[in-house]
Design a protein around this ligand. Structure first.
Ligand code: CO
Length: 471
């Protein structure tokens, strides 16, 4: 039986999110989409994550328009998105009606593979998204529903923990499972052990997603594939390595002539490489890519905190003029994390635990100052933590506030109608309402610019009083 490995190309989403703060524009993508479409990737990840936010906030692009363009230019390729379950692409929990509408519109506008994850690995935060994705369709075609487990390390995150989570994911109705190692904490042998255990426990394709940050990604992918992983995430080489992914061409070459052969054409990939090399040069020259991001750094493996979190901690301490306390803070992080029920250290829990650890060290007394977000995670506002929080500790942190032990979104009333009304002045479509739902005033600013451009107005200089506008 062929064990052909499928390749998901991330250059249009995670690669530029990891290396250049998600600033690749649709104009930078357009000239190469035809060629990317010919490769025969399992899918191209190109939407969701931070792309939606970056489009509205920095690039003055309608993210929905971007998706429709990608759909049109790559008709033979499955388009993939990433989203954070009940958070969608925003920064709070949304009511189920908004989430259901968002999933349907994403599929309608072009998405074929939906990768959903929750920072706490709380399956309840994923169930509505899974159900909505299973219901959604475009021209009668249903998307693939992939659920990603946030990989992290720490005493409770044993292989057994992930196997149990994989079983819950399968039961929840996922079509495939992703091991999502955003912090590059996987090592090659750990990967093999984990993939094998998950493949033995559930009958679903396994997709490996790991970053190059600590320099191990291609080794992890090889060992993972040997252990039974079906799909790997890679990036075209000019935007690979560093905090991004293993290079697509190199991985394709690595499997050539073996039972895992991807079947992808290296010559075609090399042509595509030429285009992205030019982009890389441009991004480095303009300072969008910081060369620091391109070097391997095994620091994450030493300190067991993601690289981004380490630099955040250091900059918080610098601001306080207390850089010398870094080791104390690094020792405090695991204690705070244990108190908070061992959340995986990913956005937003990495910031919440990190900041609290800094406060604990700087004030010289643990939990003398407690952030609002830390209270939130202890109260259950983000969902269930991997380990229950000690009731005594909880009382100390949140006082008499009522702990939340239901699915947090159960406390939310339907809100789509209210959001529609709020943005009626600007919204030209249901998609606009969903942009507004997630990014509020950022979306409004975008709508205003769009309206001004449409009518040839320059909103900044418009003289509304006498109706004169520079055109
Ligand atoms: Co990633």
């Amino acid at each position: 039986m062929s064990k052909k490995v499928r390749v998901t190309e991330t250059v249009l989403r995670d690669a530029h999110q990891s290396l250049l703060a998600t600033r690749m524009t649709i104009d930078d993508m357009l000239p190469i989409l035809g060629k990317l479409n010919e490769v025969g990737f399992n899918s191209i990840e190109c939407w969701g994550g931070a792309t939606f936010d970056a489009c509205l906030r920095f690039l003055n692009e309608d993210p929905w328009e971007r998706l429709r363009t990608l759909r049109r230019e790559m008709p033979d390729t499955r388009l993939q998105m990433l989203f954070r379950g009940q958070n969608m692409l925003g920064y709070r929990h949304y009511a189920d009606d908004v989430l259901e509408e968002f999933v349907q519109k994403s599929v309608e506008n072009g998405i074929d593979v939906i990768r959903i994850f929750d920072a706490l690995n709380d399956i309840r935060n994923l169930q509505t998204a899974i159900n909505a994705a299973k219901k959604a369709s475009r021209d009668g075609k249903k998307p693939e529903v992939q659920v990603a487990m946030s990989f992290t390390t720490g005493e409770v995150f044993t292989t057994e923990y992930y196997v149990e989570y994989a079983k819950r994911i399968a039961k929840a109705g996922a079509d495939s499972i992703c091991i999502k190692d955003m912090a590059a904490l996987l090592t090659p042998y750990k990967t093999a052990e984990l993939v094998k255990a998950i493949k033995d426990a559930v009958d679903l394709p396994v997709n490996l997603h790991t970053h190059y940050t600590s320099g191990l990604a291609s080794m992890c992918l090889i060992k993972g594939v040997e252990a039974g992983a079906d799909i790997i995430d890679t990036s075209m080489s000019p935007l690979a390595l560093g905090t991004s992914h293993a290079p697509t061409e190199s991985m394709v070459a690595a499997f050539q002539g073996t039972e895992y052969d991807t079947g992808l054409d290296l010559v075609l990939l090399n042509e595509i490489r030429g285009y992205f090399m030019e982009l890389r040069k441009k991004y480095i020259e303009s300072g969008l890519i910081d060369q620091k991001m391109l070097a391997a750094d095994a620091g994450a493996l030493i300190y067991q905190v993601p690289g981004g979190m380490l630099s955040n901690l250091l900059s918080q301490l610098k601001q306080a003029g207390k850089e010398d306390l870094l080791n104390d803070v690094l020792a405090e992080v695991p204690r705070v994390r244990a108190d908070a029920g061992f959340p995986p250290l990913v956005t937003p829990s990495s910031q919440i635990v990190g900041t609290q650890a800094v406060f604990n060290v700087l004030t010289g007394e643990r939990y003398k100052t407690v952030t609002k977000e830390f209270k939130g995670i202890v109260r259950g506002e983000y969902g269930q933590t991997p380990v229950p929080i000690d009731p005594e500790f909880r009382k100390k942190i949140i006082g008499d506030a009522e702990p939340i032990d239901c699915r947090p979104a159960d406390l939310l009333e339907p809100e789509l109608e209210k959001l529609r009304k709020e943005c009626a002045e600007w919204a030209e479509s249901e998609e606009d309402v969903l942009s507004y739902a997630q990014f509020g005033q950022v979306a409004v600013k975008f709508f205003e610019k769009r309206r001004d451009a449409k009518f040839g107005l320059d909103g900044k200089h418009g003289d509304a009083a006498n109706g004169v506008h520079p055109v």
